[in-house]
Design a protein around this ligand. Sequence first.
Ligand SMILES: [Zn+2]
Length: 127
Amino acid sequence: MKCPHCDTPIDEHEASRCLDAWVDFVVFGAEPRIMSNGQIVGRKFFSTDIAAAWEVVSDFTGRQYHVRVDGEDAFAYSAWSCAIYAPLRDEGDGPIGEGLDTSKDLNARMASAPLAICRAALKAVGE
Ligand SMILES: [Zn+2]
């Protein structure tokens, strides 16, 4: 999947106002705003502000997704990962509360937690 604004693949998209706008639209349905200088922005700094990123996490957990955010210091810098798993659903498309759909690779391992959350969120929603 690629950014609708700058055509950058999700795994290469850095934290930016452009990524914020992408997350805001896909997760919250908010249309991006275009500033007078042409820059596209979301309502909040989801990819750089952990408080805003946590609103993304809360949105998924509120819809019964399972969200895991892990930090590690195994390399020369802190690495953060985020995985978002959809709840398994029965044939009526309702959550059944047993196990989680791990059929998709929804991990995003990044140097910052907000960026990891943003990439995982886009992957969780996108097809
Ligand atoms: Zn972009």
